[in-house]
Ligand binder design. Structure first.
Ligand code: SF4
Length: 238
């Protein structure tokens, strides 16, 4: 059986599996060649709790864009204290940030979509590519109901956007209620901004609180249309 067939088989078998089963499968199959990409949102802290319970040596990495809210650094500290896990940090390349700011200003993202994407490229996508470069698989907290760009995700996918490594989405079919029930039941540390109407949290200048009835990702790049609201970290996979 070739690799694609093998993954397709696992994907079919595990599509209805629980989040613990899917995470456990990824950790067992890929060992230290799989890592969770965490921005310390509600879904990520659920996965950190699950993974730390399965194997405390589970790898976790984060992209420190340099523009994160203070509350995100605070929850990162609490996660470190609670689970004693090592969090690998990937920062943007200093020279690239300096050049970008000199040329376009510190708040370039508000000026055009092109400049917003440049900022995401420098601060997120290139560091992500470095993080994924040595991995066979990565785990993400994506859920189908989060946005119109995520309705087709599967629990196990081949990530065509990242060198065809395996992308694992254990919470793909979870509802927001399931996420919060898990957090409360297990007393998992979470980002304080969630209590201030920020369901989805990214960089401070590109995230705002949402109003009643608004989509959960309405506060991310709120000046853009819903179909464009991805930073490129989760491009469509194959
Ligand atoms: Fe830059 Fe905003 Fe993208 Fe963060 S979310 S990398 S600040 S454009």
């Amino acid at each position: 059986m070739d690799r694609v067939e093998e993954i397709r088989k696992y994907a079919e078998e595990l599509e209805k599996g629980s989040a613990q089963e899917v995470s456990g499968w990824a950790l067992k199959k890929y060992g230290d060649q799989v890592a969770l990409a965490s921005s310390f949102g509600a879904e990520d802290v659920v996965l950190i709790d699950m993974m730390a319970n399965i194997d405390p040596r589970s790898r976790i990495f984060t992209l420190d864009t340099g523009r994160l809210p203070q509350e995100t650094y605070e929850v990162m500290e609490r996660i470190r204290d609670r689970y004693k896990v090592k969090i690998e940090v990937f920062s943007p390349e200093a020279k690239a940030v300096e050049k970008m700011i000199e040329e376009y200003g510190p708040n370039l993202f508000y000026k055009s979509m092109e400049l917003r994407k440049l900022c995401c490229e420098v601060r997120k996508i290139r560091p992500l590519n470095r993080a994924l470069g040595s991995l066979e698989a990565w785990i993400c907290g994506l859920r189908k109901e989060q946005s119109v760009t995520r309705t087709e995700i599967r629990k196990i996918e081949v990530d065509g956007a990242h060198n065809s490594i395996i992308k694992v989405n254990p919470l793909a079919d979870w509802t927001e209620k399931q996420v919060w029930d898990y957090i409360k039941e297990n007393d998992v540390p979470y980002n304080a901004l969630h209590d201030r109407d920020y369901p989805s949290i990214g960089c401070a200048p590109c995230t705002r609180a949402i109003g009643p009835g608004e989509d959960v990702r309405a506060g991310r790049w709120w000046w853009e249309t819903p179909e464009k609201k991805e930073c490129g970290l989760h491009s469509k996979v194959g």
